[in-house]
Design a binder for this molecule. Structure first.
Ligand code: F3S
Length: 643
């Protein structure tokens, strides 16, 4: 039986497990990327592992999210990341060099390789034929340390593209159509694999727009074949040697199939407040607009920008509209400057922004109250723009530019004949904003620069054979990760300072918890059902680790938080008999003996309540790998021991 393209690449990288959808598989990771908002913690975690140099083929750190300096924290983060990279073998893309996914596609992406990145739009790399997956910061740290990356083996969905896009209909309209059909949940547990005659009509940057927004489907990733268009893109980037042809076997078997006739597509928009709330421009009608933002990792390639410049040429932005444009990379910005397109944009009245995430991450350009904003971005959740009642519509650059001129939502097909837009044969390649690491033999000469807000990752120790500790906190049902470790504007800048951020740990439940836990040095938390529901926030496990929490005994766990506790080296345990929850009070002394043997022998551990004088059983329902991780003292120790 033939294989799909995704299956071929996964099989090439398979370390353990069987490629059966739904089962856990471990894969080898060739490349990693981080952005600054998640990168600081990822590099603190990498340092904590004690691996001197990254073991990946290529790891790159980008600075693109927090580029507006307000206070010293972000600048310190960037300096820290730059110096860690230099020392440990990581390439550092300086602020100003562009958005991580755009630059990675241009300068580092290689067909057939695996990439994980601590940013959810890492699947952009699927446009060049990579298996590129968004992951947690600790996963990226582990991959850099040579560790395996574990995923649930996904189902493969075939999306067959037929025909050719009509003039002024764009790649963005293709992915909006997929979102309209499959919804924001339609890709969960799946890889979306594109094939068919229509693929040939799309350039690599257009394919990357489509794979980028596969993240909005909830998909593990999306992928295009690597073909002559891929070769042409790599050749123009002066990296033809990275090209290899890749495609699914003709008799590949897919789990689901979908056909999209490109010729039948029309310009679309995702209406507030969800990327799958997709309508045609005709259905929405002529709507007055206040703002247009062009850019983001979805639509900021040279091709996008050249189309926008063509539409704006010799015209003026409508007086009631604010138009901002953020080219996706220094390369794009440079080439726009060289060929005059930048002058065209400026002349039309566009406000040119830095090559960074900018308004997509709420860094400036929030729309006016109740304002209608057309954006070429990938997300339009309520409030993400920074204006609570802002109405965000996600559209193609063509629709955005045409509408900026008229002041109303405008179908770009009214622009008349479309010239042939093609990628240049040669891009301007000057990687002077990408700092390479020093050679391994010089790494000792590099000092890692830490500002006052950057504190080392809390060290977890190997699991002791016996634990005796007081219950420092007893909580009820439905404790969320927001209870455990709140977020918010005041707390977010402390993400690389675990001692400081831990002052907020459980503060909404019990203000004295932080001080009590520190005083006890080691302790156990007891809780009810559905403990840790909510987000995948790693800090909800890292702050308790710093505060000396050794085990969490509850009626039931939310799955992701339980995995995060294991990664941190904290024992996640559930009551064998839920009635025992009522027999424990805060500050009771709980102890466990022969812990390691009990974990190895089975899924049950006996706990003694020394204060009240009774014994009870708890379950530790984990895989052998997770138990080994706990015994090692968490994922980072486990990776170091096995590297
Ligand atoms: Fe940046 Fe927005 Fe993409 S925050 S990485 S441009 S989704």
């Amino acid at each position: 039986m033939g294989m799909t393209l995704a299956q071929k690449i996964l099989k090439d990288h398979l370390v353990c497990g069987e490629m059966i959808p739904g089962q856990e598989i471990g894969i080898r990771i060739d490349q990693t990327l981080t952005q600054d908002a998640t990168g600081t913690m990822a590099y603190l975690e990498f340092e904590a592992m004690g691996v001197p140099r990254v073991k990946t083929e290529r790891s790159v750190a980008y600075i693109d999210h927090n580029t507006l300096q307000n206070g010293f924290e972000n600048a310190d983060d960037h300096r820290f990341i730059g110096s860690v990279c230099k020392k440990h073998g990581i390439y550092f893309s300086r602020p100003g060099n562009g958005i991580c996914h755009q630059v990675h596609l241009e300068r580092f992406g290689i067909p057939g390789k695996t990439l994980i990145g601590s940013d959810s739009h890492t699947p952009t790399g699927g446009g060049i034929g990579m298996i590129a997956i968004g992951a947690g910061g600790m996963d990226v740290a582990v991959a850099m340390g040579g560790g395996t990356y574990y995923i649930t083996c996904p189902k493969i969905v075939k999306v067959e593209l037929t025909g050719k896009l009509q003039p002024w209909v764009a790649a963005k309209d293709v992915i909006l159509e997929v979102l309209r059909r499959l919804s924001v949940k339609g890709g969960v547990g799946k890889i979306i694999e594109y094939c068919g005659e229509g693929v040939k009509t799309l350039s690599v940057p257009e394919r990357a727009t489509i794979t980028n927004m596969g993240a909005e489907l909830g998909a593990t990733t999306s992928i295009f074949p690597s073909d002559e268009n891929t070769r042409a893109f790599l050749k123009a980037q002066q990296r033809e040697e990275d090209y290899r042809p890749l495609a699914a076997d003709p008799d590949a078997v897919y789990d689901e199939e979908l056909v999209i006739d490109l010729s039948a597509l029309v310009p679309l928009a995702a209406c507030p407040h969800s990327p799958d709330n997709v309508k045609s421009l005709d259905e929405i009608g002529s709507m007055k607009i206040d703002q247009v933002c062009i850019g983001s990792c979805t639509n900021s390639s040279l091709l996008d920008m050249l189309k926008v410049a063509h539409i704006l040429k010799g015209k003026t932005v409508h007086p009631d509209v604010s138009l901002s444009i953020a080219p996706g990379s220094k390369q794009v910005l440079n080439m726009l400057a060289e060929n005059g397109a930048l002058a065209v944009m400026i002349d039309a009245g566009a406000r040119i922004l830095e090559s960074a995430c900018g308004p997509c991450i709420g860094m400036g350009q929030s729309p006016n109250s109740g304002g209608i904003s057309l954006r070429t971005f990938n997300r339009n959740f309520e409030g993400r723009s920074g204006t609570k009642d802002g109405q965000i519509y996600l559209v193609s650059p063509e629709t955005a530019a045409a509408s900026a001129l008229t002041g109303v939502l405008t179908d770009p097909r009214t622009l008349g004949e479309m010239p042939e837009f093609a990628l240049p044969d040669v891009f301007t390649v000057r990687d002077n904003m990408i700092v390479p690491p020093v050679p391994a033999e010089e790494m000792d000469s590099v000092e890692v620069l830490r500002g006052p807000n950057i504190k080392p990752f809390p060290v977890s120790e190997a699991l002791p054979d016996s634990i005796s500790a007081k219950c420092s906190l007893k909580v009820g049902d439905n404790i969320t990760t927001d209870h455990i470790m709140p977020a918010g504007a005041k707390i977010l800048p402390l993400r690389s300072n675990i001692p400081k951020i831990s002052e907020y740990c459980f503060a909404v439940c019990d203000e004295s918890f932080h001080d009590r836990a520190l005083e006890l040095k080691q302790s156990i938390i007891v809780g009810g059902s559905n403990y840790g529901q909510g987000s995948s926030r790693e800090h909800a496990a890292l702050a308790p680790l710093y505060l000396g929490v050794k085990a969490v005994i509850v009626k039931s766990f939310a799955r992701i938080h339980m995995a995060n506790l294991v990664n941190a080296g904290i024992l996640p345990m559930t009551f064998a008999d839920e009635k025992d929850y009522d027999r424990i009070d805060q500050m009771d002394e709980l102890s466990m003996e022969n812990l390691i043997q009990q974990l190895k022998d089975g899924d049950t551990v006996t706990v003694t309540n020394r204060t009240k004088g009774f014994r009870f059983d708890v379950n530790v329902s984990l895989s052998d790998r997770q138990k080994d991780m706990l015994i090692a003292g968490g994922l980072l120790n486990y990776t170091r021991n096995n590297a």
